[in-house]
Design a protein around this ligand. Structure first.
Ligand code: HMG
Length: 375
């Protein structure tokens, strides 16, 4: 069993025929972080549980004055500057988030205010746990493809601050970050119109109105995440073996609640499709693990997590090379998307964002963190 021979590379001339995809990208993470080994010391847990058991390394944390809006606006400014168009060429701003600031006013209004964006623009927030950013992107893409957009572009942002109650089992998976994308001509990547979604109403992770932290049924959330992956890959493969589908991609990106979860999902996919374990483990090492390098340093940034992984995977791709992106949001909804690199992927201008933010951020001590959380 192997996954490499069936790669399909689309010539750049063909790509020019589709005008919908990611034209530019900007990322932002907050200015502080905690090493999960320091959290383990604080909580009296073996650090190997966090680093090896969950695969986590560092978690991005907001400083005073930083929040879901400042992260979203910082990422958006970077994406807009690289795109080069005027704000008046944007006909849509959609923010996927589960860190709502208000039950009525959309997060997009807070961000638009910060950016000075108003006028003939549709502005809204999308909520479906970690899946909200992907839904915002799909809507923008389909808005462009329908022709309703006219010549206008969309600004799509996935932004979240993920915090659990102190001492919650999810605490080592905390994180924060934002990814902004201008949806217009596919200079960085065409997002294929065909995708496969799968949903099932469950309570695996939810945050009741008025409560600061989520409630989690951890084992159910793991089960649902795996089920979504199994069903969406099978649906996209159709009559073909899933291995053939997987063989087309340079990289497979997943929503990353914590890296070990992604490995579990890939192993589940292998077992569901009858692949032997070394083959599936090899697939994980070569096509999945490298996409999570930034996620390991950011933690779970909810809606932004998948797109941080996609931003990593697109770096340096040649036009025509393809990747897959599996989105999961508790509740639950999942969707498998495919992307084809455009001419600007090779230069990967957006890579500078995380490099700058990671280099500038300050490491908190366990004492700093405890004082900040109050526990
Ligand atoms: P837990 O129950 O504390 O962990 O929390 P555990 O006891 O299951 O251990 C985890 C792993 O560490 C196990 O490995 C242990 O063996 C290992 P596994 O058997 O699974 O391979 N371990 C060790 N390894 C080395 N040395 C040691 C050691 N001790 C133990 N000394 C849980 C885990 C996932 C439940 C928790 O982190 C949690 O509740 N997380 C939040 C929920 C979550 O992230 N779910 C993921 C799927 S749902 C999702 O992605 C959506 C989400 O992003 C939200 C949204 O959509 O908005 C969360």
């Amino acid at each position: 069993m192997h996954f490499l021979v069936l790669r399909r590379v689309f010539p750049p001339a063909l790509l020019a025929m589709n005008h919908h995809g990611i034209a530019s990208m900007g990322l932002a993470i907050p200015s502080r972080y905690l090493d999960v080994r320091d959290l383990a010391d604080l909580r009296g847990v073996d650090p190997n549980k966090y680093t090896k058991g969950l695969g986590c390394h560092e978690m991005a944390l907001c400083a005073e004055g930083e929040d879901v809006v400042t992260l979203a606006a910082a990422a958006a400014r970077r994406a807009i500057e690289r795109w080069g168009g005027p704000l008046s060429d944007l006909g849509l701003i959609a923010v996927g988030t589960e860190t709502a600031k208000d039950m009525s006013r959309p997060l997009s209004a807070f961000v638009a205010e910060d950016l000075g964006l108003d006028g003939h623009v549709r502005s809204y927030e999308v909520k479906h746990a970690c899946y909200g950013g992907t839904l915002a992107l799909r809507q923008a893409l389909e808005w462009r493809a329908s022709g309703a957009s006219g010549p206008k572009a969309a600004l799509v942002i996935a932004s979240d601050v993920a915090l659990y109650a102190p001492k919650d089992p999810g605490e080592p998976t905390q994180g924060a970050g934002a990814v902004a994308m201008i949806v217009a001509e596919p200079r960085i990547a065409e997002v294929d119109l065909r995708s496969e979604a799968y949903a099932k109403p469950v309570f695996d992770f939810w945050r009741p109105v008025g409560e600061s932290f989520p409630k989690v049924d951890g084992p159910l959330s793991l089960e649902c995440y795996n089920l979504g992956a199994e069903r969406t890959f099978a649906a996209l493969a159709g009559d073909r073996p899933v291995a053939d589908l997987v063989g087309e991609f340079e990289a497979l990106c997943f929503h990353v609640p914590f890296p070990k979860m992604v490995k579990k999902a890939v192993m589940h996919l292998g077992a569901a499709n009858g692949w032997d374990e070394p083959t599936t483990a090899g697939l994980f090492e070569t096509k999945v693990m490298p996409t999570m390098e930034d996620n390991r340093r950011v933690g779970n940034a909810y809606t932004a997590s998948l797109w941080i992984s996609v931003a990593r995977a697109l770096r340096g791709l040649q036009a025509g090379q393809r990747i897959a992106a599996y989105s999961y949001g508790s509740g639950f909804g999942a969707e498998l998307l495919t992307l084809t690199a455009g001419k600007d992927a090779a230069a990967a201008a957006w890579a500078a964002d995380l490099e700058a933010d990671l280099a500038a951020r300050r490491r908190l001590s366990a004492d700093d963190y405890q004082a900040w959380r109050g526990a």
